[in-house]
Design a protein around this ligand. Structure first.
Ligand code: 2BA
Length: 111
């Protein structure tokens, strides 16, 4: 048994979940946010037999798009530590399609 964690864009989450359900996979959705952009994203987790991991990954890959998003980055323009001027400037980052982790599961029970 494996546990798949997939961090996807909010706009892709419903499409990914619908396709997983349509193919017989159970999925749980968590609202999350990224540490870098501080923007909302969606974390999905799917418990699945090892032989089915590739099927789940293929669905996640097919339904998750990558996107360009703007972020700000700060540069220190001079002065001593704790002083001086910081300037922020926009940078473009590419987010996703999906960031996926596959973990071993020791036990899986339903009571
Ligand atoms: P964020 O942390 O908000 O990152 C959004 C995007 O910003 C990243 O896209 C990446 O392109 C860029 N980025 C992140 N940290 C950066 C840095 N220190 N310097 C420059 N650019 C940076 P993705 O790599 O597709 O990640 C999308 C989201 O997936 C992340 O949102 C985070 O929530 C999650 N994630 C990605 N890798 C992870 C990891 N190794 N562990 C835990 N969460 C991860």
């Amino acid at each position: 048994m494996k546990l798949i964690f997939a961090i996807v864009h909010d706009e892709d989450a419903v499409k990914v979940m619908d396709e997983l359900n349509a193919n017989g996979f159970m999925v749980t959705k968590l609202c999350s946010s990224g540490g870098f952009l501080k923007a909302g994203n969606t974390t999905l987790f799917v418990g699945v037999d090892e032989q089915k991991v590739d099927d789940v990954l293929k669905i996640i890959e097919n339904k998750s798009k990558s996107r360009k998003q703007m972020a700000t980055s700060a540069v220190h323009t001079g002065g001593t530590a704790g002083q001086g001027l910081y300037m922020s400037y926009p940078i473009e980052v590419t987010v996703g399609g999906a960031t996926v982790f596959v973990l071993d599961i020791e036990q899986y029970k339903k009571f």
